[in-house]
Design a binder for this molecule. Sequence first.
Ligand code: FMN
Length: 304
Amino acid sequence: MKVSLAGLELINPAIAASGTFGYGIEFEEIVSLERIGAFVTKGISLEPMAGHSAPRIVQTAAGMLNAIGLQNVGVEDYIQRKLPPLARYPLCKVIVNVFGYTVGDYIAVIERLNQAQGIAAYELNVSCPNVHAGGMAFGSDPGSLEYLVRRAKSASTRPLIVKLSPNVTSIAHMAKVAADAGADALSLTNTFLAMSIDVETRRPRLSNVTGGLSGPAIKPIALRMVYETARAVTIPILGMGGIVTPEDAVEFLLAGATAVQVGTASYADPRAVERLAHGLESWCRGHQVERVASLTGALEIPRA
Ligand SMILES: Cc1cc2nc3c(=O)[nH]c(=O)nc-3n(C[C@H](O)[C@H](O)[C@H](O)COP(=O)(O)O)c2cc1C
């Protein structure tokens, strides 16, 4: 079940997605951390962030809408309190999701994280749709994306994964921009800009008015984006968007992903990512797949 990507060796391709798995350590009594390949932390910023006021989460048909606003403890507290206990689980790789309002913020967070032990890679969040600056503003403009990724790559002492926004016209183009600027791997997709209205009150259901849609509702679109990205770049892809079952994950692998992330499913079942790791192994055994890595990009398109 091993996979390797951007210099990381994972015991299996199941990864818990950013923002749905806290800082990882909160899950130690729920999930066997040694049985999942990795997890990605909540977006970490230079200073602590309080996030938006409630309501920040709304259930939708086949998914959910969130506008958390990147609530997090800030890089210093993260390094002092949240990271050290994870040394107990060396098999589970820690990927830190990095957020900034400005290029300088991103670089400062990376430079501080470089000094800490126990981190396997960084995931650059250029795709959060729920903040007024930073995040998606970088991920939806090729020039800004290129500049940020280049700077982040030269500041980073660890593999740099760039998490792309799906809220763009051509995901393949943005993927190529990030790859050419030095990204070691790409994560996609983040959430899709969306909204929900309460018709009785005539008010938006989220305090932020708009938010990001995730869960099974986005799966076919995210899958198409992974497929298009895999045809545009040669660096590894971490695919996500509505993955719940082993079959969902296999679809992403066949489309070109090397590993998969599970986000919203953890809200319905906090053990979803561990279940996926087991389920994927059973699926491979049942289908005589000897190495899960052989599924990556193995999509067969019949000739017309
Ligand atoms: C409540 C919530 C918070 C999230 N916070 C972050 C975040 O801090 N950084 C980030 O890059 N993605 C964040 N995401 C996006 C997820 O990591 C993932 O890309 C997205 O939800 C699609 O996967 P899913 O359909 O399996 O949830 C968040 C998603 C949710 C639902």
